[in-house]
Unconditional design. Structure first.
Lengths: 430, 269
């Protein structure tokens, strides 16, 4: 009996020891992480490639297989790959389509967080600045980790301001009305026609750009695009009418030109110094435009979004994340890799002038590299995700068409927004 | 043929009866997509835009194509060179052509330099619903004219020279030779070119996507672009497939009408 007991204990000890040995072995099994990214040839792509090599060095059993796909192609290829069961382990995910893709995205689990060294999902969430992961969260679940974080505000071309006799540090537009007043001084005309616009409009850009233009105004006026549960469109509200009217003033008052804005790429115009005040990423643009983009003319200064009198400035954010395939067989590794890519905010700031708001970034050395740290910190605290609506494409397209009709076809604002509301409501019901 | 034509068409027909986003399995909803389409003002608008575009493009291509091919058939000096020059725009992908023309239509651009010679400046080519469709028409006609001219020229060159010479000896004027000899004998070619130009025009959506993306508003949103936008931007595959099926029926009906007309007109008697 005693012999049996000793034998049983010995077997148990052996099994326990074997399992302890087996666990690291499982970790050391070769893993191949397929990753699809929308990054074009850029500094950020090079950084991700470098980071993936570093990841492989730190985890010798892991191999990253990248597939860089232009964003337009990704929008077609990814749904097809998902439908065919051929989707990669990790892919570039926009916060705007998280709800559409939700069934195919793996939520981070406590086991994943533990594997990454954070203990729990709640613990992991705390490694980011409060609210940053909200764009990729549904309920308490996290569905993506951002590697691109665009804090949208206004950028002014300081050389244009100085040439117009304006002090860019004092005379920048505080109110939307100032945009028009200052715009008249900044616009350059020739023979009665606009040669250089003070402001422009992203006519040919995707609908999200329309939201980047109008949503700060709507947020200031507390006029949401949709009701709280996303079942009714409110784009015909008084606030929306006022916001669209304000943008239309740019054309009516001669500080923006319909032809120039419709036939040129918005960002290119801004980069080429053809626009004095424009919407952009206030963290990246001043540095990226000034340092890495030789075609940019003039120097840029970030300012908060102008406001309507009596309202607070609101800042939109856009982002891209890496999300994990719900069907991936190596989810913990995929999460670990996604986290690794966005783990070092200083690297992003030093190499790209880009902000990755991990916890404590505003108290780190990183802020010293910002042109106006106080402004960025303040803006970052009062943000909302631009165009974060359920069924964004369904909601945004009729609104984009309506705004275009108002600005470029001179259609009546109220009735056009009424029609857009009806179109969105009908589409949502479907 | 079966794999690349029949299967996709049958698949589109099947999908048109479903709600399908690619991301989720299709769900059968009967004729709901078709009912929605017929109640959808944007669909009728896009049909109207498509009809105007197709009518003008086919008419201009046939008229100018006939004129160019007759001129090229005159055995003029440098005939081959002119033929190549006219055909050259067709060689460029329409997407590239559209980007180039978008630049040409910019304020202070090449088109403005040309129109300013006759005192016309600052035409809102792409930003006005009054001109945007015309701008795209200019682009696609420029792109396709050479191709259709070559097809008509091939038809012209197949007409026996003796027939035309006999009419000339009999004292027929240039117009009489054109109306009574050339056009009747060209009829099969012209019908073929019309059908090809018609189908090509209805299908075309790249210049619309690149030059105006259907705007301003919906003023240049043709049916092909609408199908693309609903299919790939909004992932409403069932709805887009239903529109595709309706487009297929429209093309089929137009082709049958033309075929009837061809049969009725005979073979150039």
């Amino acid at each position: 009996m005693r012999t049996m007991f000793v034998t049983a204990v010995a077997v148990m000890l052996l099994l326990t020891a074997a399992s302890l040995v087996a666990e690291p072995e499982a970790e050391q099994q070769q893993v191949k992480i397929d990753a699809w990214s929308i990054l074009p040839e850029s500094g950020k792509k090079q950084l991700h490639l470098q980071l993936s090599k570093d990841f492989e060095k730190e985890n010798p059993n892991a191999t990253i297989v990248w597939n860089f796909i232009p964003q337009g192609d990704m929008e077609k290829k990814l749904p097809t790959a998902i439908a065919m069961g051929e989707a990669p382990d990790v892919w570039s995910q926009s916060y705007r389509t998280v709800t559409e893709f939700q069934n195919h995205l793996a939520p981070m689990t406590d086991a994943d967080a533990k594997f990454m060294g954070y203990g729990t999902v709640d613990g992991y969430r705390k490694s980011w600045e409060a609210g940053t992961l909200d764009s990729y969260s549904i309920g308490k679940n996290i569905y993506g980790l951002p590697w691109q974080y665009d804090l949208y505000g206004y950028l002014i071309n300081t050389e244009h301001f100085l040439a117009a006799g304006l002090d860019p540090n004092k005379d920048y537009p505080k109110y939307w009305d100032d945009v028009v007043k200052l715009g008249k001084k900044l616009t350059i005309t020739e023979g009665g026609r606009i040669k250089r616009q003070a402001v422009s409009f992203p006519y040919a850009n995707p609908a999200i750009w329309y939201f980047m233009m109008i949503q700060p105004m709507l947020m200031e006026l507390k006029s949401p695009v949709m009701n709280a549960d996303g079942t009714e469109c409110l784009i015909n509200s008084e606030g929306a009418v006022r916001a669209v009217s304000e943008i239309k003033r740019w054309f009516d008052e001669g500080i923006a030109d319909r032809n120039i804005s419709a036939t040129n790429e918005y960002v290119v115009l801004c980069q080429q110094g053809q626009v004095s005040m424009f919407v952009g990423n206030v963290v990246e643009a001043p540095k990226a435009y000034g340092v890495t983009n030789p075609i940019v003319k003039g120097k840029l200064k970030a300012i908060p979004n102008p406001t309507f009198p009596g309202t607070e400035p609101a800042s939109g954010v856009g982002s891209w994340a890496y999300s994990v395939n719900a069907k991936s067989k190596i989810k913990p590794w995929a999460w670990k890799f996604a986290d690794y890519i966005a783990k070092d905010p200083m690297l992003y700031m030093e190499k790209l002038g880009a902000l990755i708001p991990r916890q404590g970034w505003s108290q780190s050395e990183l802020v010293k590299q910002l042109d106006d740290p106080a402004l960025i910190v303040q803006m970052q605290k009062n943000t909302y995700p631009s165009g974060l609506l359920k069924d964004f494409t369904t909601v945004s397209e009729p609104i984009k068409t309506a705004i275009q009709s108002i600005l470029y076809e001179n259609k009546d604002i109220r009735s056009t927004l009424d029609a857009a509301k009806k179109a969105v409501d009908a589409a949502i019901k479907k | 043929m079966v794999v690349f034509m029949v299967v996709p068409m049958l698949a589109a027909l099947g999908i048109s009866f479903t709600k399908y986003s690619i991301l989720e399995p299709p769900r059968f909803i009967g004729l709901a997509n078709y009912v929605e389409i017929f109640r959808f003002p944007s669909f009728w608008n896009s049909l109207w835009v498509t009809a105007r575009y197709v009518f003008v493009r086919v008419l201009v291509i046939m008229t100018l194509g006939l004129f160019v091919s007759i001129v090229l058939n005159q055995k003029i000096p440098l005939f081959r060179t002119f033929q190549s020059i006219y055909f050259l725009p067709y060689v460029f992908p329409l997407a590239v052509t559209s980007v180039v023309w978008k630049v040409i239509f910019r304020p202070y651009g090449l088109m403005e330099q040309l129109t300013s010679l006759v005192g016309i400046v600052s035409v809102p080519w792409l930003s006005s619903s009054a001109y945007a469709l015309w701008s795209i028409l200019i682009t696609t006609i420029w792109s396709g004219l050479g191709y259709y001219s070559i097809l008509i020229l091939a038809g012209l060159q197949s007409i026996p020279e003796e027939v035309v010479e006999a009419a000339y000896i009999d004292g027929a004027s240039w117009w009489q030779r054109l109306y009574r000899i050339l056009l009747p004998l060209l009829k099969p070619t012209l019908f073929y070119v019309t059908i090809v130009a018609l189908i090509g025009s209805i299908h075309g959506f790249a210049p619309f996507l690149i030059m105006t993306a259907g705007g301003p508003g919906e003023s240049t949103r043709v049916i092909g672009l609408m199908i693309y936008q609903y299919g790939f931007a909004q992932l409403r595959m069932g709805f887009a497939s239903a529109m595709s099926i309706l487009l297929l029926l429209i093309i089929l009906a137009l082709t049958l009408v033309q075929k009837r007309a061809l049969q009725g007109g005979g073979d150039g008697d």
